[in-house]
Design a protein around this ligand. Structure first.
Ligand SMILES: NC(=O)c1ccc[n+]([C@@H]2O[C@H](COP(=O)([O-])OP(=O)(O)OC[C@H]3O[C@@H](n4cnc5c(N)ncnc54)[C@H](O)[C@@H]3O)[C@@H](O)[C@H]2O)c1
Ligand SMILES: [Zn+2]
Ligand SMILES: [Zn+2]
Length: 351
C-alpha cells in the first residue's frame, strides 16, 4: 500500500510500504476512505516530537471501511464504515473506566498515553491502517453522515469541546473568548453554542481566520495584535471580563492573554500544546477565584457529537476548505502548511 512516511525532520514521502496485519485479537484493519492533516503533524515534521521515529506513517484522523477484524472484536464487522478516534483506548484500565482515554494504561504504543497513531504506532495517512482496541477506538458511522463531516470527529471537534468548552464550564448566557481561531479554536467556538454561550469572541492575529470565525459561531472578533485588544474584549463584557477564556494556540502570550481578560470567578481552559514554560502571575491571579484547566482530548464525547452531526445540528463539514485525493498527499501538506496564504482550515484527503 501507499502511505505518508516520516523520514526525519523536514522529510516525508508518499511511498510504498507493507500492508498492515492484525497483530492482536482486538485489532481491526481499516481501509482509509478519508483522512486529514493536523497541526501536530506539522510539529512532528519540524522535529518537535522526538518520540516519532523515522519510518513512522503519520496521521491520527480518519474515516474508512473495516476490511479485517481480530477474533476478539465484537462491535464492528467487515464492511462497517467507521470513524477512527485519534485516541486509542483499551476500555479496561482504570483511566478508561473513568472515560479518561487520553491516559489509557495499555502497553500498545506506550502505557499512559492514548494518542499513539502517527506518533508511536503507524497512523491514518495511508491506504490501510491497523487500529488497536477497535471496540473502544472506532465509532460506526450512521447512514447519511458524510466522510468529510465524520473525519472532524476524530480529533478537532472533541478537542475543542472537551478541553475548551467542557473543561471551561461554559454555561447558558456566558461570554466566551477563544484565543486562536485555527481548527481547534473554531471547534470550541462551534460547540460553545451547545451549552448556550451568549457571546463568543474570537481572537487571532490573522484577519482571514477572524473572518472565517464568524461562520463557526463567533459573534465578535478582535485582532489580538491591536494594542488595545484587551480593552476591546472587556468592552464586550460591561468591563468585567469574560466568563470563560479558551486558549487554542499553545504559546505563553496567548495563555497570559486568557488570564488577562477572564473575570473573577471565571475559567481559563488551556487547549494549546505548549513547548515552553509559561509564567503564571499568581501574585495577581490568586485573588480571582479562577479555575484553570488543561488536558489531552479523550474523544469520549465523539459518540454524542456524532449524533448532533447526524441530526444536522453541528455543521462539521464546514471545516473542510480544500479537497485532495490520496495520491496528492504531498500537495495537501503543502496547502495546509501555507494556511495563512491558502486560508486552509482542514484539508481533506479522499481515496
Ligand atoms: N489539548 C489537546 O488535546 C489538543 C488536541 C489537538 C490540538 N491541540 C492544540 O491546539 C492548538 C490549536 O490547534 P490548531 O490546529 O487550531 O492550530 P493552528 O496553528 O491551526 O491555529 C492556531 C491559530 O492561532 C493563531 N495565533 C498565533 N499566534 C497568535 C497570537 N499571538 N494571538 C492570537 N492568535 C494567534 C494563528 O493565527 C492560528 O489561527 C495547538 O496548540 C494544538 O497543538 C491540543
Ligand atoms: Zn490532531
Ligand atoms: Zn485503557
Amino acid at each position: 500500500m501507499k502511505a505518508l512516511v516520516y523520514h526525519g525532520p523536514g522529510q516525508k514521502a508518499w511511498e510504498e510500504v507493507p500492508d498492515p496485519l492484525i497483530v492482536d485479537p482486538t485489532d481491526v484493519i481499516v481501509r482509509i476512505e478519508t483522512t486529514t492533516i493536523c497541526g501536530t503533524d506539522l510539529h512532528i515534521l519540524k522535529g518537535d516530537v522526538p518520540a516519532v521515529t523515522e519510518g513512522r506513517i503519520l496521521g491520527h484522523e480518519g474515516v474508512g471501511t473495516v476490511t479485517e477484524v481480530g477474533s476478539a472484536v465484537s462491535s464492528v464487522t467487515v464492511g462497517d464504515r467507521v470513524i477512527i478516534s485519534c485516541i486509542s483506548a483499551c476500555g479496561a484500565c482504570t483511566y478508561c473506566h473513568q472515560g479518561l482515554y487520553a491516559h489509557c494504561l495499555a502497553e500498545e504504543g506506550a502505557s499512559g498515553i492514548g494518542w499513539i497513531f502517527g506518533h508511536l504506532i503507524d497512523g491514518t495517512q495511508a491506504e490501510l491502517v491497523r487500529v488497536p482496541f477497535a471496540d473502544n477506538s472506532v465509532y460506526k458511522l450512521p447512514e447519511g453522515v458524510s466522510d468529510v463531516a465524520a473525519v472532524m470527529l476524530s480529533d478537532i471537534l472533541p478537542t475543542g469541546f472537551e478541553i475548551g468548552v467542557r473543561y471551561g464550564h461554559v454555561k447558558p448566557g456566558d461570554v466566551v473568548a477563544v484565543v486562536g481561531a485555527g481548527p481547534v479554536g473554531l471547534a470550541a467556538m462551534m460547540t460553545a453554542g451547545l451549552y448556550g454561550a451568549a457571546r463568543v469572541i474570537a481572537l487571532d492575529v490573522d484577519r482571514n481566520r477572524l473572518e472565517q470565525a464568524r461562520g463557526f459561531g463567533a459573534t465578535d472578533t478582535v485582532d489580538s495584535s491591536d494594542a488595545d485588544w484587551a480593552d476591546q474584549v472587556r468592552a464586550m463584557t460591561d468591563g468585567l471580563g469574560v466568563d470563560v477564556a479558551i486558549e487554542a494556540v499553545g504559546i505563553p502570550a496567548t495563555f497570559e492573554a486568557c488570564t488577562q481578560v477572564v473575570r473573577p470567578g471565571g475559567s481559563v481552559a488551556n487547549v494549546g500544546v505548549h513547548g515552553a514554560p509559561v509564567q503564571l502571575a499568581l501574585q495577581d491571579l490568586w485573588i480571582m477565584d479562577l479555575s484553570i484547566t488543561m488536558g489531552l482530548v479523550s474523544t469520549s464525547t465523539t459518540p454524542m457529537l456524532l449524533k448532533l452531526v447526524a441530526q444536522d445540528k453541528l455543521a462539521a463539514e464546514k471545516f473542510a476548505t480544500h479537497h485532495f485525493s490520496l495520491d496528492q498527499m504531498i500537495d495537501a501538506y503543502d496547502t495546509f502548511g501555507r494556511a495563512s496564504e491558502t486560508k486552509a482550515l482542514k484539508v481533506v484527503i479522499k481515496r
